[in-house]
Design a protein around this ligand. Structure first.
Ligand code: GLU
Length: 462
């Protein structure tokens, strides 16, 4: 069984980048088997950073996922799981895989600069590991509380078969031992994530390629925790970590997305009238070799989801493409799906008539005003006024009033094409373009239609 997780930090609103990761994990879980063996998609709120995490964002994350229809099968919060991290930490400490370090941020920055100045990679020099017990005791006597680093095993190769990138290798001696715990006892992201992925039985970690170097050290954390006796018994060390996949980053048409993320939050898209299906259609296929199409049926997205089709090049997010998809999705939407969001009075026939003109469902009210009025007619020439007077006279009600009206007027006036249709449309709707008149006229109704034609003909006072 496939178990995936989406692990946002509640320090802001979800944006298209996060949504894409959530969707990939949801799709992977949903595509992972059927019946009782369906996969599980977990939501894990990474809220170890108490200072930056906000409850309002946790709530917004839940709402955004629900709105998109990416319901998790379980929810966890790291802030409620501190005992587990403490336990893992103690085990790693006993096993000699974590060590205290006392450098200040300034000292570390200086070391970095010196290394870079010498043309060396800025890898932590493990000075803290060389401290004797007395030296440590002296630091603590000075009141310096240590932060804690995970000790990478330089002899243990790091490699994994990445679901997107293929085989990935790292030389552990070229990596810094990561800081996993701050001097105040709070956790950095790295270790709790591994502890949780183990504890929750996560089989697949699918995330952005900005996490590749985190994965390198996390792979060693998985095996260190297993060796220290954590995790399910049946796992042997070789198989001790989940499958990893790192997707290429999402970029804007003109480069980085980071500056525009506010306007690309899930909330902003929702307020702009973008449909969940448009977002999912775009994000499911962006950066893959499969065509981006307006696919309202999630089952199709699930069945065609395939990591093998993901490319290594950055995926380009284009707002115009999202708008195009939205328009196409709106044109596919049934009355039953939108009923609750439409202004009162629009029935199924009304929705059907105006739907082809909408890019957003919210525009329905504007178009519906053509039916309910009041409309604003343009100035007509004397000739057109006479023609519209004929129209008022010729108007007769039937199953097909528009067809009958235009046929009768063709005969009476000899007009055809644009001179026939445009003044009628303008008189009946106040616009030069819009919904199919054959569908619209029955909705306007006989009396109102005649009144509009008579008004346009100058037969009634303004
Ligand atoms: N909280 C981390 C983030 O938002 C999670 C990364 C992960 O998926 O492991 O980047």
């Amino acid at each position: 069984m496939i178990v995936t997780r989406f692990a946002p930090s509640p320090t802001g609103h979800l944006h298209v980048g996060n949504l894409r990761t959530a969707l990939h994990n949801w799709l992977l879980a949903r595509s992972g088997g059927s019946g009782s063996a369906t996969g599980r998609f977990l939501l894990r709120i990474d809220d170890t950073d108490a200072q930056r995490s906000r409850e309002e964002y946790v709530e917004a994350i839940r709402q955004d996922l629900a709105w998109l229809g990416l319901q998790p099968d379980g929810e966890y919060r790291q802030s409620e799981r501190m005992d587990l991290y403490e336990d893992a930490f103690e085990k790693l400490k006993e096993a000699g895989r974590v060590y205290p370090a006392y450098e200040t941020a300034q000292e570390l920055e200086l070391k970095r600069k010196i290394a870079l100045g010498r043309g060396l990679p800025p890898i932590y020099d493990r000075a803290a590991l060389a401290l004797s017990d007395e030296q440590r005791a002296a630091k603590e006597a000075e009141g310096i509380a240590p932060h804690w680093r995970f000790k990478l095993d330089h002899e243990e190769h790091i490699d994994w078969a990445d679901g997107v990138r293929g085989p990935v290798k790292f030389d552990p001696s070229q990596l810094s031992d990561p800081v996993i715990r701050r001097a105040d006892g709070s956790w950095l992201y790295m270790l709790p994530s591994v502890v949780d992925d183990m504890d929750m039985g996560v089989t697949d970690v699918l995330r952005g390629e900005d996490h590749v170097s985190n994965t390198a050290v996390q792979v060693q954390m998985f095996s260190a925790l297993h060796e220290a006796g954590m995790g399910p018994d049946h796992c042997d060390v070789v198989d001790s970590f989940p499958r990893f996949g790192h997707t290429a980053l999402l970029v804007g048409k003109e480069g980085k997305l980071s500056k525009r993320l506010g306007s690309l939050s899930c909330e902003a898209l929702r307020e702009r009238g973008i449909e969940p299906e448009a977002i999912l259609s775009l994000l499911a296929r962006l950066g893959t070799s499969q065509p981006v199409e307006p696919i309202a049926d999630r089952q199709v997205l699930i069945e065609t989801f395939d990591l093998e089709t993901f490319g290594r090049a950055p995926a380009k997010f284009d707002d115009a493409e999202l708008e195009r998809l939205n328009t196409a999705i709106v044109h596919q939407m049934d009355y039953a799906e939108v009923q609750g969001r439409l202004p009162e009075g629009i029935d199924e026939a009304g929705w059907h008539a105006i739907r082809p003109n909408l890019s957003h469902v919210s525009e329905a009210a504007e178009w519906w005003r053509l039916v309910t009025g009041p409309i604003e007619q343009p100035e007509f020439s004397d000739e057109d006024r006479a023609f519209l007077g004929e129209a008022a006279d010729a108007l007769a009600w039937s199953d097909n009033p528009w067809g009958d009206l235009t046929t009768a007027l063709k005969e009476r006036t000899g007009r055809k094409g644009k001179p026939l249709f445009l003044p009628l449309r303008q008189a009946l709707t106040g616009m030069d373009h819009g919904p199919d008149m054959g569908e619209l006229l029955p909705l306007i109704g006989e009396d109102e239609a005649r009144a509009r034609l008579e008004h346009a003909a100058g037969q009634t006072p303004a």
